[in-house]
Design a protein around this ligand. Structure first.
Ligand code: XMP
Length: 507
């Protein structure tokens, strides 16, 4: 596998993904927390950084076990770092070096630039520039504005590039990573979804033996794929619990439960709708609503888990973005690791050990692993849905009648997205019930009814998002259908806010 040392670049995760796309496992670690088992990594990549090697906030990694011992690729800040502290010189650049550039010189017959020729487009993003190469370095490539765009220190197997091979706009970036990782570092491309399933299942068997494991299913992709892996490993010793909080989509509880049973999972459905709705009655503060749902979920889950005699483990569908400890832009690794929002705070008395079979995977990899286990495409392609469910899409207090109205509206919207083949191109969609009544006219009658907002966004990870430009005709038909079919609604609006400054959910 490949070690990526993070110096806080916004592109660090992209490097990890590009490496994984070559079927090679990669892991991100903060630059100052180099793993102790360094011998397990066959190559190392240094990321970019918002910091400067000339400033007071220079980040110093300890490369004593890496440089000269392993193939090393230094990107942007990494390239400047090696230059600045090994006999070269780094200075502020005179011209702005952002965006597209083309290679104007490429050293011939060097394996690092194999199959990449002069003219290739690369992506620059830096304000310092390498004026003089470090000791023993050989120039490998230049652009018009950046003479020292790539170099190598041959006897060390160290390569350095000023541009970013990981971004889409570096046209041959993937080829470059392939040249370095496969041709130079000799890594095998054996990290595939199938191999992941085989290795994980046998590791889980070894780890869990005959122990019992409890897992909370949410209906989403992550917990479902985690359950399938565990099911393959330990069969009936996996006890799944699927809680109906009364805030799921229309008919979702029954259909998802049926689907899980069809997959052969040992799953218990718990309909706790009344308990959740009771706890929410009269509450309209968004944070208090979330807290109430979290609390009741833990109570219900605990009650159920306690009925499983001698259960030892709690399994969670945590994925890699939740556990990466990254370096913050202000320098220094940020201490906070996000806790999994759905089953975050189980009380101590449960004393369960935690097992997280997906914690090395990105979301798209989770989907591919699910596909390699022949899981249902519709389940794997599902939009994300928040743990607190429709509660954070009903603004103000929650009543069973409001839940019913929103379920109906949401069902029309989502069904139509599917009918129009728009569902898969939208990252997430849903409806919001506003605490607003407005005047309308139906037939000859005056109405004074609820208003709903529709929201559809595109995103890759939910951190940033933009609204989707749905066809007017689709919006027109959907709006008509909602007002005609759903009693209590006489007005539909479409949310055209991006995140930031808005968020995806309204609460
Ligand atoms: P926001 O509203 O913060 O949402 O832009 C980003 C993504 O996170 C989902 N979300 C949640 N998921 N528990 C979850 O499991 C939660 O409490 C929660 N709150 C928001 C939201 O649906 C979107 O995909």
């Amino acid at each position: 596998k490949v070690l990526i040392l993070d110096f806080g670049s916004q592109y660090t995760q992209l490097i990890a993904r590009r490496v994984r796309e070559l079927n090679i496992l990669s892991e991100i670690h903060p630059y100052n927390k180099i793993p102790l088992n360094i011998e397990d990594y066959k190559a190392v990549i240094l990321s970019g950084s918002p910091n400067s090697v000339r400033g007071e906030d220079v980040l110093h990694p300890d490369l004593s076990k890496i440089r000269g011992h392993k193939p090393l690729l230094a990107v942007c800040y990494g390239a400047q770092y090696l230059a600045h502290f090994s006999g070269g010189e780094v200075a502020p650049s005179n011209t702005r070096e952002y965006g597209r550039a083309n290679l104007s010189y490429v050293k011939e017959n060097d394996p690092f630039f194999g199959l990449i020729s002069k003219g290739s487009q690369v992506w620059m993003s830096h304000s310092d520039t390498i004026k003089t190469l470090p000791t023993n370095a050989v120039l490998l490539a230049s652009t018009q504005d950046v003479e020292n765009a790539a170099y190598k220190i041959e006897e060390e197997q160290t390569y350095a590039i000023q541009f970013h091979p990981e971004v889409y706009h570096s046209t041959d970036g993937k080829q470059l990573l392939e040249n370095f990782l496969i041709n130079i570092a000799g890594l095998e491309q054996d990290w595939t979804p199938d191999s992941f399933v085989d290795e994980t299942v046998s590791a889980l068997k070894h780890q869990l033996k005959d122990d019992k494991v409890v897992l909370g299913l949410s209906g989403g992709v992550d917990s479902s794929v985690a359950a399938m892996l565990l099911h393959k490993a330990i069969g009936e010793n996996l006890y799944c619990i699927f809680v109906n909080n009364g805030l799921l989509r229309k008919n979702e509880y029954q259909s998802v439960l049926d689907q899980y049973q069809g997959m052969g999972l040992n799953v218990k459905g718990v309909d706790a709708s009344a308990r959740f709705l009771d706890a929410l009655a009269g509450e309209s503060d968004p944070e208090k609503k979330r807290k109430a749902i979290g609390r009741v979920f833990i109570e219900v889950f605990d009650d159920e888990a306690n009925q499983i005699e001698d259960v030892k483990w709690l399994a969670q569908g945590t994925i890699y973005p939740d556990v990466i400890e990254s370096v913050s832009a202000t320098g220094g690794p940020s201490a906070t690791i996000k806790s999994h929002h759905n089953v975050g705070g189980l009380p101590d008395f449960m004393k369960l050990k935690i097992v997280e079979p997906l914690k090395a995977l990105f979301k798209d990899e989770v989907r591919r692993v699910g596909a390699s286990m022949n899981m249902d495409k519709a389940l794997l392609g599902r939009h994300p849905f928040p743990g607190p469910g429709l509660a954070i899409r009903i603004l103000g207090d929650i009543t069973p009648e409001k839940v019913r109205i929103l379920q109906e509206v949401d069902a029309v919207f989502i069904d139509n997205l599917k009918k129009w083949n728009l569902y898969d191109s939208v990252w997430q969609a849903g409806a919001i019930l506003l605490p607003v009544n407005s005047v309308g006219v139906m037939g000859d009658e005056r109405t004074y009814e609820k208003c709903v907002a529709l929201r559809a966004v595109e995103s890759t990870d939910g951190m940033t998002a933009d609204w989707v430009n749905l066809p007017y005709e689709f919006l027109q038909k959907t709006s008509n259908e909602i007002i005609n079919k759903v009693k209590g609604v006489n007005r539909v609006v479409y949310d055209i806010s991006s995140k930031p400054p808005a968020t995806i959910e309204w609460e």
